[in-house]
Design a binder for this molecule. Sequence first.
Ligand code: KG4
Ligand code: ZN
Length: 344
Amino acid sequence: MDKKDSLILSFETSCDETSVAIIKNGTEILTNIVATQIKSHQRFGGVVPEVASRHHIEQITICINDALKDAGVTYDDLTGVAITYGPGLVGSLLVGITAAKTVAWAHNLPLIPVNHIAGHIYATNFEHPIEFPALALVVSGGHTELVWMPEEGEFKIIGETRDDAAGETFDKIGRVMGINYPAGPKVDELAHSGKDTFNFPRAMAKEDNFDFSFSGLKSAFINTVHHADQINEELNQADLATSFQNAVVDVLASKAMRALDKYPAKEFILAGGVAANRGIRERLTMELEKRKVPFVKAPLKLCGDNAAMIGAAAEMLQRHGAKADMSLNADPGLEFEWQANEEH
Ligand code: KG4
Ligand code: ZN
């Protein structure tokens, strides 16, 4: 291994995937091991934090060994250790942090703390280097955020959800439709064969800010289904999915485009688990073509939580001086330093 190369062992355990990756120079994936716990959480209809932590503990050393073996790398080859320290589930984060600190301490390697949202955005770094200024929409099971990046290393949240995250809403309405957790992919598939007949609300779409709200849509959906149950009416599942997905896509796309008017970006990035959604990809492709803004989508296999994206973000953050010591703690509510609504 060329000594000038950066070779980062990265960890991601913020939710329900235990993942360990080895990333060369921030852009090349030597390995990206992802041990998913979906099956264990399915019977509860969502992620159970205590169950998630226990799985991480069982999986983490197996994933480290698999990653080193798969990449043909030894600890001596590594130049750093990267770790997601928030936002996320505290117990889950702590398992990854403890593992990362142990490797860093035992092998005298720098420890690089990474914000999970920055990680999602940097999944696109494997496609091409981000061009700044850039605007990103990060949509996942836990997040719905518009992030303005005026230059490399700067992240500013300009809009976020006031209640449920986009992916969480997919999962919750999916449950009412009898679809297993995580429901997003199945609802997406159904949505492509139905019609938008239910006219669900587009919350806050017209308000003059970049925030989102999905709880009203979720309640409208659940009320519609419960009412139909009570009167023994059978609803068309595909039409329900299309109507729901269109409402989500309308709100996400209209807010994102309004943000783009105020924050003129060289490129628009879509990342996070919900970025796999065909409806949102198609709609944003159309809107961004009209505005002639390049559209950068996270690769499909890197939309969900994984450690490769953490390694890519870490390489950039390390160049900007990010470094943690053994006192690093989990920060479940971690935010970027700058928030649009705060005075700075
Ligand atoms: O990023 P991710 O793996 O985990 C979090 O950080 O939350 O995102 C998982 C979320 C789940 O809510 C899942 O239902 C949703 O992403 N999802 C989708 C699609 N694929 C995954 N939602 C809508 N359409 C999809 N195709
Ligand atoms: Zn995530």
